[in-house]
Design a protein around this ligand. Structure first.
Ligand code: PBG
Ligand code: ZN
Length: 279
């Protein structure tokens, strides 16, 4: 993915501190563990890659908000966001077993110092389970940003390459949402709020601006939008070919996300944006 790199644990604090100095208010961490297994054990290891990164960043830049992606797909050998039971060509996602591991991962991130945990797996009941687990472990101050409306999208392609997490069989359509079904997104958002979500997230961004608008209008709660890797790659590629002016395109896209109701924008351009907004 152009302009996107995996960072070694030893460098991450320095990079995050530089972003903080540039005015970026928060970072969202994804981990790529050394070893993956069927049960995603590395996802909740106390000295896991994300847990270590959170501690290092908090030491170096205590005021930078640290958000962690909570999912199993980077940690499972099969690349699915939950645990699976396989039967030849068929597989089922083990929802409740997955939710337990996801809650354990969230608690381990909070214990390392994460301010916000962001479950992106789309299992049923995960927000309630994460909230209960956090509270039980004494982390009632840790907030939850829920991927409430996460659609099964082709625009995640570059991320899956970068995160080394493409599913080894099947796809994610059984747990991510149908792009044709906008009402389902609102129902999911409502459930997540009932279960204790503090921030609702819509993803991807531009093809789903109507959903962002509806979620923000309907619930009037803090709403985030995730401008994803494929959306980023489209503009980057066009800019490299001199078809678009990158700065103008990005500023227009970000403006439209704000206009459609985003309180928070997750973007791969955060660093550049801070410079562009100042100049
Ligand atoms: C995995 C996850 C994905 C992204 C964020 N978390 C990929 C997926 O669901 O396949 C995509 C991010 C991006 O494309 O920028 N839970
Ligand atoms: Zn996942």
């Amino acid at each position: 993915m152009p302009g996107v790199h995996q960072h070694a644990p030893g460098q991450i604090a320095q990079i995050a501190a530089r972003a903080h100095q540039a005015g970026v208010p928060a970072v969202l961490l994804f981990g790529i563990p050394r070893d993956k297994d069927e049960r995603a054990t590395a996802a909740y290891a106390e000295d896991g890659v994300v847990q270590n990164a959170v501690r290092a960043i908090k030491q170096r830049a205590p005021d930078l908000t640290v958000i962690t992606d909570v999912c199993l797909c980077e940690y499972t050998s099969h690349g699915h966001c939950g645990m699976v039971q396989r039967d030849g060509e068929h597989f089922t996602i083990l929802n409740d077993e997955s939710v337990q591991i996801i809650a354990k991962a969230a608690v381990s991130h909070a214990a390392a110092g994460a301010d916000i945990v962001a479950p992106s797996d789309m299992m049923d009941g995960r927000i309630g389970a994460v909230r209960r687990a956090l509270d039980a472990a004494g982390f009632s101050e840790t907030a939850i940003m829920s991927y409430a409306a996460k659609f099964a999208s082709c625009f995640y392609g570059p991320f899956r390459e970068a995160a080394e997490s493409p599913p080894q069989f099947g796809d994610r359509r059984t747990y991510q949402m149908d792009p044709a079904n906008g009402d389902e997104a609102l129902r999911e958002a409502e459930l997540d709020l009932e279960e204790g979500a503090d921030i609702l997230l819509v993803k991807p961004a531009l093809p789903y601006l109507d959903i962002l608008w509806r979620v923000r209008e309907r619930f009037a709660r803090p709403t985030a939008v995730y401008h994803v890797s494929g959306e980023f790659a489209m503009v980057k590629t066009a800019a490299e070919k001199r078809v678009l002016d990158e700065r103008a395109a990005v500023l227009e896209i970000m403006t439209s996300l704000k206009r459609a109701g985003a309180d928070f924008i997750i973007t791969y351009w955060a660093l550049e944006l801070m410079e562009w907004l100042r100049s």
